[in-house]
Design a protein around this ligand. Structure first.
Ligand code: TNX
Length: 502
């Protein structure tokens, strides 16, 4: 692809500089089919957004774009009634899928079609990338020229996920909300929240208030404590849903439960005599880095009352289809039985269970989704799989070799952009990918930004664009132009040396 460097930079500095429009915009994730045509479409002084009834809700996203131009907008319901056409038509599902769209920019204006609100939202996200980066911080431009194009696009995977570990070190609801916005720009659609671990319990449960009263007070060394109330959790879900993102809550069991054991010591059958490190629970909280040293008392039937209560309350406040039960890093003779029972409880409350890879050792129902991180455990033929292989996707690892405050246990070289980008699905049970940021060492917003960006953009493209269309060199050239947008969004991203940032 011929790229005319620096044009977007000068476009940024001089509001309204038309030269910006002569350059092809860098679209990430790369759409499945793009046909550029000659010339640009100049937005006129008066804009009419013409939408059909199904697209009414979607007009709010367009308004943001047009407002940035300072031009006039009016809304009109109908067909072929304006220079912006938004049409949602469920009969396009076969062609465009649930999340696909068609975007055309021609001399008559802008036309987006989709089968659903999700597809329309993504068509608009693509269009957003045709606008100067300055719109991201609310800057206005008097002249905006949009390169003429025809795009037909849909994702190759239905699961394009990001995982935040807010258990070791908490991230505020404001950070999570910003993260949802950032994910949406790159068409990611699943936000997995790792809500509980040894170092903290981060979601309020009405039936077990001490989980957050006690377990919410701790954190990993130098990390942040805190928790989300149910109200805040619901608000986040709603905010995410508007942006086609589903929140997947994880309550990690039967291991990784020290915060719960401190809050309700009756869940701990060793009564602290046999677990290492030896501690009195309560009142001591845990702020260390060990994994795999705590467990719920699986010998005691009452533990399952707790598990049932927790999953029930969680299912009640969760609008998405999935509940993640954890299941990682624990040796216990009753482990498999636990996974089977907990999976059954999730189904009883009409949700679909997800567990980390180890859960595949149990007899799982077909609906249970396994999240791979090592690839070493055999998984039954009918199981669906989410790939989070640590060597490609563990974003708590360094962006480069020996980056400070990063882990390297899975990949001693660190996980470069190129490494993330080189992932290829090898199995047709895979429904998608997800990149976790574990937070033992990610104890501030700036560090979270640095670990997440720009690698999450590579994750997004891997999840969206078919493998045969992806090329690392081309990706980095497009990414270079997104630096400005990330700056405008005030993301403290890692200036990866693999990219010649504009
Ligand atoms: C492994 S892999 C974990 C987490 C740690 C992470 C640190 C997996 C499912 N669990 O408990 O935070 O390593 O990199």
């Amino acid at each position: 692809m011929a790229l005319i460097m620096s044009l977007s930079v000068s476009g940024m500095q001089n509001a309204g500089n038309e030269s910006a429009s002569n350059d092809k915009p860098a679209i990430i994730p790369l759409p499945q089919e793009v046909k550029w045509t000659e010339g640009t479409y100049q937005l006129p002084e008066n804009n009419t957004i013409c939408f059909n009834q199904a697209a009414r809700n979607s007009t709010k996203w367009i308004q943001k774009l047009v407002e940035a131009t300072g031009k006039k907008i009016s809304l009109k319901e109908g067909e072929n009634c304006g220079n912006w056409q938004l049409q949602i038509d469920p009969s396009l599902t076969e062609q465009l899928g649930e999340e696909g769209y068609q975007l055309m920019i021609s001399s008559s204006g802008i036309n987006i079609k989709s089968a659903s609100e999700a597809g329309m939202f993504y068509g608009i996200q693509t269009l957003r990338q045709f606008f100067p980066a300055g719109i991201e911080s609310g800057r206005t431009f008097s002249e905006i020229g949009l390169k003429k194009v025809e795009i037909v696009d849909k994702p190759s995977f239905s699961w394009r996920g990001s995982m935040l570990d807010i258990a070791r070190s908490f991230l505020s609801k404001e950070y999570i909300r910003d993260h949802i916005d950032r994910m949406a720009l790159y068409k990611m659609n699943r936000l997995h929240l790792h809500l509980t671990d040894d170092q903290g319990w981060r979601l309020e449960f009405k039936k077990y208030p001490k989980l957050t009263e006690i377990g919410g007070k701790s954190a990993v060394k130098n990390g942040r404590s805190g928790y989300l109330t149910q109200e805040e959790y619901k608000e986040l879900q709603k905010y995410a849903a508007e942006r086609n993102i589903v929140i997947i809550p994880e309550i990690d069991m039967p291991g990784h439960v020290y915060a719960a054991l401190t809050s309700y010591p009756e869940l701990n059958c060793e009564n602290n005599k046999n677990i290492e490190p030896k501690r009195a629970t309560p009142p001591e909280l845990y702020d260390g880095y060990n994994v795999g040293w705590t467990r719920l008392c699986l010998e005691d039937e009452k533990t399952y009352d707790f598990v049932d209560d927790i999953i029930k309350e969680l299912a009640n406040i969760t609008t998405g289809e999935w509940i993640h039960i954890g299941g990682d890093e624990i040796e216990d003779p009753l482990y498999e039985e636990f996974i089977e029972k907990a999976g059954g409880i999730v189904s009883k409350y009409e949700k679909t269970a997800i567990g980390w890879e180890e859960s595949a050792k149990a007899e799982l129902s077909d609906s249970f989704i396994v999240q791979r991180w090592t690839g070493e455990i055999d998984i039954a033929d009918d199981q669906k799989i989410i790939d989070s292989f640590c060597k490609f996707f563990y974003l708590d690892h360094g962006n480069v070799l020996d980056q400070e405050n990063t882990y390297k246990w899975c990949n001693p070289d660190g996980i470069s952009l190129e490494k993330v980008y080189s992932y290829k699905p090898d199995d047709d049970r895979v429904i998608g990918i997800e990149a976790p940021v574990w937070s033992e060492l990610v104890i501030s917003d700036d560090r979270a930004d640095d670990r997440l960006w720009p690698r999450s953009i590579a994750v997004a493209e891997v999840g969206w664009t078919s493998t045969d269309k992806r090329q690392f060199q081309d990706f980095t050239e497009r990414l270079a132009k997104h630096g400005l947008r990330l700056d405008e969004l005030e993301i403290k991203y890692f200036r990866s040396p693999e990219v010649k940032w504009n």
